[in-house]
Design a protein around this ligand. Structure first.
Ligand SMILES: *Cc1c(COP(=O)(O)O)cnc(C)c1O
Length: 373
């Protein structure tokens, strides 16, 4: 293919900076060889833009290193933990927020006779609140089947681990990795969930569809975590089109992420209003479960940003904005906790009371530690 000047420079600069790049032949086959603004190219080929000024970016925008109780584990929530079991990927996304280590192969293979999983497994085993383990990386499906099975066996030996989920982009970037053998192994360790990352309808190919069908037929519910990326999928209707394409291949849109504030991704970032608008425009115009939740990932956890739908409240009703803009008055009892409801002098229920209640009902569960500054 013909590389643009920005791509050639990007590849050179990535090499100088020690920043890994790599693309599978399959993913490269989806590229438009004549169009440098191709959404597949923008996700995969380094660009000089990654090395420009980025005042807002940092190497570890979620402070994951600081929320890591043992190497490889990231614990932001009391009941679930992310476990990075691999630091390699099939394709190195140009928007990766873990680019500080992906592709680096920092430690090499574990020396013979040592156990690379011991510290993470023993932390999970002694931390009884953890009921959900998110196996991620890098890409965990870059491990051989036998290593994935070892991870699963050892997690399944811990009684309080109720569910295991994998975060893998292989159905999108290397669907050939999803083999009958892998699926036959996975199905012995249910309940298992998988989240992948389709970002553009052009990635929803017959080959990707086959990979997803094999996993779904093995009983694995599939979710999708997209990232909203300028010049990739922020065009009109693209997120809606992607949502519809995903439910056709049995993948349920889960999250749509605001692009992380990781160094070198300034050219991908969109205003949060773009994400709110993308999901708001889908509500009422397509299948409810084709609509992802738009979230900003922060060091304090994921924060969903929803279109405002409760527009007002009075003593016995809430006023709700429907998808088409019409306002519905829904009769609604007053809050019954004594002292929680305050009437303003005009007889209206006060705004801070409404906000306070919403906050109280959405923040459940204690944090593993107090993260307030
Ligand atoms: C995203 C994430 C999770 C999982 O969050 P869900 O909202 O349950 O999908 C868990 N741990 C960490 C560190 C995460 O970033």
């Amino acid at each position: 293919m013909r590389l643009s000047a920005a791509e050639e420079k990007g590849i050179r600069m990535a090499r100088e900076a020690g920043l890994r790049w790599g693309i599978t032949p399959y993913y490269a086959s989806l590229m438009d060889p004549g169009d440098p603004s191709c959404p597949i190219r923008r996700q995969a080929i380094p660009s000089a833009e990654e090395f420009g000024e980025d005042g807002a970016g940092s190497p570890d925008p979620l402070g994951e290193e600081a929320s890591s109780p043992v190497p490889g584990l990231i614990r932001l929530y009391a009941d679930r933990v992310a476990w990075c079991v691999s630091d390699v990927c099939a394709m190195y996304c140009r928007h990766c927020y873990r680019r500080r280590f992906t592709g680096e192969v920092r430690e090499g293979p574990a020396p013979a006779g040592t156990d690379p999983y011991q510290r993470a497994i023993s932390y999970i085993a002694r931390t009884r609140e953890i009921r959900d383990v998110l196996v991620t990386g890098g890409d965990p499906f870059l491990l051989p089947d036998a290593a994935i099975e070892t991870v699963l066996k050892r997690l399944r030996a811990i009684p309080h681990v109720e569910i295991v989920r994998f975060g893998t982009r292989t159905p999108v970037t290397m669907p050939q990795r999803i083999t009958p053998r892998l699926c036959a192994m996975l199905r012995r360790y249910h309940p298992l969930w998988i989240n992948t990352q389709f970002n553009h309808p052009r990635e929803v190919t017959p080959r990707a569809q086959r990979a997803c069908a094999m996993l779904a037929d093995a009983g694995v519910p599939l979710g999708n975590q997209s990232v909203l990326l300028r010049g990739v999928n922020d065009g009109p209707g693209l997120i809606a089109e992607l949502g519809k394409a995903l439910v056709r291949i049995r993948v349920r849109p889960y999250y749509l992420f605001q692009c992380h504030l990781v160094s070198g991704t300034a050219h991908f970032r969109t205003p949060v209003e773009a994400g709110i608008e993308a999901v708001a425009s889908m509500r009422g115009t397509t299948t409810g479960f084709a609509v992802p939740v738009f979230v900003v990932d922060t060091p304090y956890g994921k924060v969903p940003l929803n279109p405002e739908t409760v527009v007002d409240r009075d003593a016995d009703a809430v006023y709700l904005r429907a998808y088409d803009g019409r306002i519905w008055r829904e009769t609604n009892p007053a809050p019954d906790r004594p002292g929680s409801a305050k009437r303003t002098p005009t007889g209206q229920w006060s705004e801070p009371m409404i906000r306070g209640r919403m906050k109280a009902s959405s923040s459940s569960g204690a944090r593993p530690r107090d993260r307030q500054k």
